[in-house]
Design a binder for this molecule. Structure first.
Ligand SMILES: O=C(O)CCC(=O)C(=O)O
Length: 344
C-alpha cells in the first residue's frame, strides 16, 4: 500500500527560482544540507516535462523497431508503452552503456545531461560537474523489480562523493516500479555495521555472486531502522542520492514497460571510476546486475573457468553469516508489524 506504514512519501525539493511563478525552493547550500541529512533529494520537475516525453518517444521507437515488444503500431497506444503479453525479461531491449539510444540527442542532451541537470550538479557540488559516459537506461517489464543495494558496491573506484540521479521517462506511478529510498540508511547508527561490511564491498574485486544486491526483501535492511520512501513520479522529476543510501525499486505490476535511467554525477576535479568513462566494452558487463561480471579473465592470463576454480564467487548469504547479520524471520516480522501499527 502506498502511502502506507511500510512505504512513505519522499520529501520534495526544488531549486530556488526554478518553479515558475512561485517564490519557493532551496538554495544549493540548503540542498547540500538536506542531502547530507536525508540521504536523498527528490527534485520535482528538475527536467522539462515535454523534453522528457520526447526522449521517451525515442526509446519507444527503438522498442517498436525491434518488433514483438509493444502492443500497437499507432502512436497513441505505443506511447503508453503497453507490452506484448509475452514480452518479459530478454524481450525488452537491453540499453545500458553508451549506445545509440543513450546518446541520442533527445535522450542525452534533452534529459540525461540536459542543461538543467548540468547546472543543478554544478550548483550542488559548488564546482564544475561531470557524469559517467555509461548510462543505466532500462526498460523494466511487468513483474520485475530491483533488489536492495547501495551503489558504492558497483562504482566505488573513484570519488566516494559520487551521486546517483534516477530519472523516470514518463508518468511513473508506484505500481509501475519506482525507486524507493531507505531513508536513514546512509547515516543512522543502526546501519553502521551494514555500511562497514556490505557498504565497503567492491562487487568485482570481492567476487560477489550474482546481482550484488543485499536482499530482495525490503524488511531485511529496514530492521536496522530508517523508512522506505518513494513517490508517484512525473516526467521531469529526478531522484538524487549518495553512494551509501540503500535503495531498491517497487515491482512493476502494470502491463506497461517502465523506462528509467540512472545517471551518475561527480565533481569534475575528483577521480572517476575508470570502468564507466571513455571507451566502454559492453560485452563484458552483465545484464542482470549493475556491475561488470568479474575481472576480465583474459587480463589475468586465464580462461573464465580457470579463474572460477581459482577464485570461486562468494554468495551474499555466506557474507551475511560472516558479518553476523543473517535475518531472523521472527525479528523481522516483529519489526515490520510494529511499523505497521504506527499511526501515520
Ligand atoms: O531502476 C531501477 O530499478 C534500479 C536502479 C538502481 O537501483 C541503480 O541503478 O542503482
Amino acid at each position: 500500500m502506498f502511502p502506507g506504514p511500510h512505504l512513505g512519501h519522499l520529501r520534495r525539493s526544488t531549486v530556488a527560482g526554478s518553479v515558475t511563478g512561485a517564490a519557493v525552493g532551496s538554495t544549493y547550500a540548503e540542498l547540500r544540507a538536506r542531502l547530507a541529512e536525508d540521504g536523498y533529494l527528490y527534485m520535482k520537475g528538475l527536467n522539462d516535462r515535454a523534453t522528457t516525453l520526447a526522449a521517451r518517444d525515442v526509446v519507444l521507437d527503438h522498442f517498436a523497431e525491434q518488433g514483438g515488444v509493444l502492443v500497437g503500431k499507432d502512436v497513441a497506444p505505443r506511447q503508453e508503452g503497453v507490452l506484448e503479453a509475452r514480452c518479459g525479461v530478454g524481450c525488452v531491449p537491453f540499453m545500458e552503456g553508451a549506445n545509440a539510444v543513450t546518446h541520442h540527442k533527445a535522450v542525452l542532451g534533452g534529459v540525461l545531461e540536459s542543461t538543467a541537470m548540468r547546472q543543478f550538479f554544478d550548483g550542488l557540488f559548488g564546482s564544475e560537474s561531470r557524469t559517467f559516459d555509461f548510462k543505466w537506461l532500462r526498460g523494466v517489464p511487468t513483474g520485475r523489480f530491483t533488489g536492495a543495494h547501495s551503489d558504492i558496491v558497483y562504482m566505488g573506484r573513484g570519488t566516494p562523493e559520487l551521486i546517483t540521479s534516477w530519472l523516470p521517462f514518463g508518468e511513473n506511478p508506484v505500481e509501475m516500479g519506482t525507486l524507493a529510498i531507505l531513508a536513514g540508511s546512509h547515516n543512522l547508527p543502526g546501519f553502521a555495521q551494514l555500511r562497514e561490511t556490505y557498504g565497503a564491498m567492491d562487487h568485482e574485486r570481492d567476487r560477489l555472486d550474482g546481482t550484488g544486491w543485499l536482499t530482495m526483501d525490503p524488511a531485511e535492511p529496514a530492521r536496522f531502522g530508517g523508512k522506505w520512501l518513494t513517490a508517484d513520479f512525473e516526467p521531469g522529476d529526478v531522484l538524487i542520492f549518495g553512494m551509501q543510501t540503500m535503495h531498491m525499486s517497487t515491482t512493476n505490476v502494470t502491463g506497461c514497460v517502465r523506462i528509467s535511467c540512472d545517471v551518475r554525477w561527480q565533481a569534475a576535479a575528483e577521480p572517476a571510476d575508470p570502468r564507466y568513462v571513455g571507451e566502454i566494452d559492453i560485452a563484458s558487463f552483465t545484464k542482470a546486475g549493475l556491475g561488470k561480471e568479474g575481472v576480465d579473465a583474459g587480463e589475468r592470463g586465464g580462461g573464465e573457468e580457470e579463474q572460477e576454480a581459482a577464485e570461486p564467487k562468494v554468495m551474499i548469504g555466506e557474507l551475511k553469516a560472516k558479518w553476523g547479520i543473517v535475518p531472523d524471520e521472527a525479528e523481522m516480522t516483529a519489526v515490520w508489524e510494529a511499523a505497521a501499527a504506527v499511526k501515520i
